[in-house]
Design a protein around this ligand. Structure first.
Ligand code: 5GP
Length: 196
C-alpha cells in the first residue's frame, strides 16, 4: 500500500500573512494547496477555480448538506469551506496537502482528522496586525474592524494548536513552516522504515 500524504493546516487571523508565507513555502516544497469555496465576492484579479470557487449561498449550503466540505465556517459575514474530495484524492495518492483556513475551520478539521498538523501563524503584536490589515486595502473600514474583533478572540486560541509561528519577517516564518513540514515527514510513525 502506498503511503498517505500529510495534511497540514495553516491558520491564524486574517491579515497575518498566511497566504504570503504559504506561497513562498510552496516554491520550496511540493504540496497540494486546497482551493476553498466561498460566498464572498471576488476581489479584483481573483479567478474562479484558482483563488476560490465563488458560490452563491444556496450552492454553498447545498454542498454542505451533501457533506461535500471537510470543514466550513462563517467568517466576517461570508461562508468558506474546504472541498473534501480533492483533499482525500491527493492524500491517498501520497501527496501532502495544505489548507489555508480561518481558526474555527481549523478546529473542526482537528475533530475529524486528528492526525492533521495544525500551524497557527501569529502576528508579532496586535498593533502590527491592525497595520497589515488596514494597509492591505482589500476591505473597507467596517470590515477591517470586524476582522480585528474576530482576531482578538482567535489569538486566544493559538495555544491549542500544534505549532505557533510568529510572522515577524516572512523569511523567518517560511523557514519555520518548512522546518515543521520536514520534521513531520520524518516522524517515525509516518515512516515505513525497514533495515535492508
Ligand atoms: P479572505 O476573505 O480574506 O480571502 O479569507 C478570510 C478568511 O477565511 C482567511 O482567514 C482565510 O484563511 C479563511 N479561509 C479561506 N478559505 C477557507 C476555508 O475553506 N475554510 C475556512 N474555515 N476558512 C477559510
Amino acid at each position: 500500500m502506498s503511503k498517505q500524504g500529510i495534511l497540514f493546516i495553516l491558520t491564524g487571523p486574517s491579515g497575518v500573512g498566511k497566504g504570503t508565507v504559504l506561497a513562498k513555502v510552496l516554491e520550496r516544497r511540493d504540496a497540494y494547496l486546497s482551493v476553498s469555496a466561498t460566498t464572498r465576492e471576488p476581489r479584483e484579479g481573483e479567478k474562479h477555480g484558482v483563488n476560490y470557487y465563488f458560490l452563491t449561498r444556496e450552492q454553498f449550503e447545498q454542498t454542505a448538506a451533501q457533506n461535500g466540505f471537510l470543514e466550513h465556517a462563517e467568517f466576517s459575514g461570508n461562508c468558506y469551506g474546504t472541498p473534501a474530495a480533492p483533499v482525500d484524492e491527493q492524500l491517498s495518492a501520497g501527496r501532502d496537502v495544505v489548507l489555508e483556513i480561518e481558526v474555527q475551520g481549523a478546529m473542526q478539521v482537528h475533530e475529524k482528522r486528528p492526525e492533521a498538523v495544525r500551524i497557527f501563524i501569529a502576528p508579532p503584536s496586535f498593533a502590527e496586525l491592525e497595520k497589515r490589515l488596514t494597509g492591505r486595502g482589500t476591505e473597507d473600514a467596517a470590515a477591517v474592524q470586524r476582522r480585528l474583533e474576530t482576531a482578538k478572540h482567535e489569538l486566544t486560541l493559538a495555544p491549542q494548536f500544534d505549532y505557533i509561528v510568529v510572522n515577524q519577517t516572512v523569511e523567518q516564518a517560511v523557514s519555520d513552516v518548512l522546518a515543521i513540514m520536514q520534521a513531520e515527514s520524518c516522524r517515525a510513525a509516518r515512516r515505513e522504515y525497514q533495515i535492508i
